[in-house]
Design a protein around this ligand. Structure first.
Ligand SMILES: NC(=O)c1ccc[n+]([C@@H]2O[C@H](COP(=O)([O-])OP(=O)(O)OC[C@H]3O[C@@H](n4cnc5c(N)ncnc54)[C@H](O)[C@@H]3O)[C@@H](O)[C@H]2O)c1
Length: 350
């Protein structure tokens, strides 16, 4: 079976993807500094995997270190090569993801996200690994009024976080165009991943104050914060709140594996791929659905619009559906149910 290196594998999306990789029989090597995660997430991944009947006796090995540390990264690849465990493909999640922090600390974002990726690409080149799935983001797109965003929509990130993601996409394209032995790279532009594994054993555990809507809903439901701030109720939508495209993290994990497998078996290319359901949900609908399926109240207030927010950010996912035959299907109800199960069972995170 193939060996997959997962950077940032202890994080929210990474841990769910590691679980699915193990379930599908891959050997998994995680590189993570734990700057925004806990090693316990991977212990839980192993626990869930072991609890499955007929689980594969495959490996999950963790290398703690920073992508900015070239020696460390070199040693990871070298030591695996020495024991005949060449890395066949990489899923690259490691990076910083807070939009607001990227505005206040842009250098930290450019350094971690872009330099970290360059170090990884240098090692991949050195050790002849040319299959990569990269975590990009819908933040690379320009604001649109009410049209679905396709991979051909205008590109114009409006914050440093989005700019780092776009820069990495450009780097990947440049490498693809320059190389004779053309690599196979995919940049996945995620929309809004939420939810958790249905066991409630792993989920999103942001360090510090969360930025995204779903962890804030969970915190409000739990009473950690008094009320949820909804930015603006004067958007041109049915209830005045903005529309987003939420995707269950397990659907997202599945996409990574399907895309990686496609890279293994197709001829070389570089693709950008939208990863969303194509279904728009208003923030208020998300809150109401959460309240309905969990029976827990989420007090909220409306505040002014936040600068940089758009009205309608929904994926045209037809490329994903047609080309890869994948259609994310887990419902908003299940996203809310699973997310709440994780939070209720682990009120303090890992
Ligand atoms: N969650 C979202 O809403 C979302 C949306 C679009 C894109 N993304 C991207 O997907 C990726 C994963 O997101 P997530 O939600 O799982 O985030 P996360 O913060 O939970 O996971 C990122 C992981 O990377 C690790 N990490 C960070 N910098 C590192 C470094 N220099 N060296 C080694 N490890 C490092 C962290 O410790 C963490 O375990 C990120 O690149 C993020 O930008 C996330």
């Amino acid at each position: 079976m193939k060996n997959i290196l997962v950077t940032g594998g202890a994080g929210f999306i990474g841990s769910h993807t590691c679980l699915l990789l193990l379930e599908r029989g891959y050997d998994v090597y995680v590189v993570d500094s734990f700057i925004n995660s806990s090693p316990k997430s991977l212990e839980k991944v192993l626990e869930i995997n072991k609890s499955k009947k007929n689980h594969f006796q495959n490996k999950l090995k963790v290398f703690q270190g920073d992508l900015l540390d070239k020696n460390f990264l070199n040693n990871v690849f070298l030591n695996l090569t020495k024991i005949n465990q060449k890395i066949d493909g990489v899923i690259h999640f490691a990076g910083l993801k807070s939009v607001s922090e990227s505005v206040s600390e842009p250098l930290k974002y450019w350094e971690t996200n872009v330099n970290g990726t360059i170090n990884l690409l240098l090692m991949m080149e050195k050790f002849n690994c040319n299959k990569l799935v990269f975590s990009s983001s819908a933040t690379v797109y320009a604001q649109s009024d009410n049209a679905l965003l396709s991979e051909k929509s205008s590109i114009k990130p409006i914050n440093p976080y989005g700019s780092t993601k776009l820069t990495i996409e450009y780097i990947l394209r440049d490498i693809f165009n320059s190389s004779n032995e053309r690599p196979n790279f995919a940049s996945l532009r995620y929309f809004n991943p939420i939810g958790a594994h249905s066991s409630g054993l792993i989920g999103e555990d942001p360090k510090g104050k969360p930025n995204n809507i779903f962890p804030l809903i969970l915190n409000t439901a739990q009473g950690i914060q008094k009320e949820l701030k909804i930015y603006g109720n004067d958007w041109p939508t049915k209830d005045g709140t903005p529309i987003r495209d939420y995707i269950h993290v397990m659907d997202l994990a599945n996409v990574h594996i399907k895309v990686l497998e496609n890279l293994f078996y197709t001829s070389s290319r570089y693709i950008n791929l939208n990863i969303g359901t194509g279904i728009g949900t208003t923030v208020l609908d998300l809150v109401k659905t959460f309240e309905k399926v969990t029976n827990v109240k989420v007090p909220y207030i409306f505040t002014d619009r936040r600068s940089g927010d758009g009205c309608y950010i929904v994926a045209d996912n037809s490329f994903l559906v047609k080309e890869f035959n994948i259609c994310p299907q887990i419902s908003i109800e299940d996203m809310c149910r699973d997310g709440w199960k994780w939070k209720s069972l682990n009120p303090n995170g890992f």
